[in-house]
Design a protein around this ligand. Structure first.
Ligand code: G
Ligand code: G
Ligand code: MN
Ligand code: NA
Length: 262
């Protein structure tokens, strides 16, 4: 509760900062996008990870203004990168969006304003949503279609962990699925004592094929070593992210990476 009460003050005090994790083309290792991940720099407690305050922010409703900040700051930063490095520098930026935000009556207007104020082209913005979030009925579905109509793309995050249903993928205007890290863990062959390796590979392959059949991009998450890259490429993945390819980092570090691959 104390944390919850502190959120409003922290937001006004500018204590939330965004880190960006590279999203990489697995073939040539170029950074093609970034996922935005929020951090709370608390004056007394230091860095508080999102798992400790996002649930409180959702409970108290503070996720709405916090999410608005994340959206605006992501669009602003992305537009700045595109201005500095040109339109080919970055395909997409991906903030995470909570279901609670989708129930806010101003959500679509906020997205539109974040794009207009930053000048970021709508197709560069990808909103990451969890499967459980998009399964919340007609109101949410309506909002997602309105956002989609703006030209903004939608990604199903943590794909495979929720109630992934095939009808969901058809009904929901998604542009991509993000294969959950739990299916990338242990996907390497030849690791002794991992009888689940085959099953993980089968899931990764099936998700990739399903995405392909529906015209969606498939992105692998949580890649931690080179052997996982090799296996994922073999299974048809061309895009991924993970500590092995780049940790969540300050915007300045992304700027350096983009400068280096000009
Ligand atoms: O880096 P990591 O510890 O950043 O993130 C932990 C969890 O918090 C992930 O599930 C991630 O999607 C979520 N998360 C990170 N940033 C945000 C954000 O800005 N908004 C929402 N709703 N979730 C976020
Ligand atoms: O739920 P979502 O996919 O948004 O969560 C992203 C979370 O995963 C963040 O906490 C991010 O810091 C973390 N993350 C990103 N890459 C890796 C990785 O390679 N290994 C681990 N353990 N966590 C990762
Ligand atoms: Mn995410
Ligand atoms: Na995920």
């Amino acid at each position: 509760a104390r944390l919850g009460g502190d959120l409003r003050r922290a937001l006004d005090a500018g204590e939330f900062r965004l880190l960006y994790q590279p999203i990489v083309d697995l073939r040539d290792r170029r950074v093609i996008g970034v996922e935005a991940l929020v951090r709370w720099h608390h004056p007394q407690r230091g860095m508080i990870p999102p798992l400790e305050f996002i649930p409180a922010a959702e409970r108290t409703g503070l996720i709405v203004p916090l999410g608005r900040f994340v959206l605006r700051e992501t669009c602003r930063q992305a537009a700045a990168w595109l201005t500095e490095f040109g339109p080919d520098a970055l395909e997409k930026v991906e903030p995470n969006v909570s279901v609670r935000q989708l129930h806010d009556p101003d959500f679509v207007a906020d997205v539109r304003a974040a794009l207009a104020d930053s000048g970021l082209p709508a197709e560069r913005l990808v909103l990451e949503l969890t499967e459980s979030a998009v399964l919340r009925g007609p109101r949410v579905s309506q909002v997602l279609h309105e956002v989609h109509d703006l030209g903004v793309r939608l990604a199903l995050d943590d794909f495979g962990t929720g109630e992934s249903s095939l009808s969901l993928l058809r009904a929901f205007p998604a542009a991509m699925v993000k294969l959950d890290k739990s299916f990338v863990d242990g996907i390497e062959v030849g690791r002794p004592g991992t009888p689940e390796t085959d099953a993980r590979q089968a899931v990764a392959r099936a998700v990739r094929q399903l995405a392909g059949a529906l015209g969606l991009e498939a992105v692998a998450e949580g890649i931690e070593n080179e052997e996982q890259v090799r296996q994922l490429r073999r299974l048809g993945y061309t895009t991924g992210q993970g500590y092995h390819l780049g940790r969540p980092m300050e915007a300045d570090r992304i700027t350096e990476l983009l400068a280096g691959q000009r």
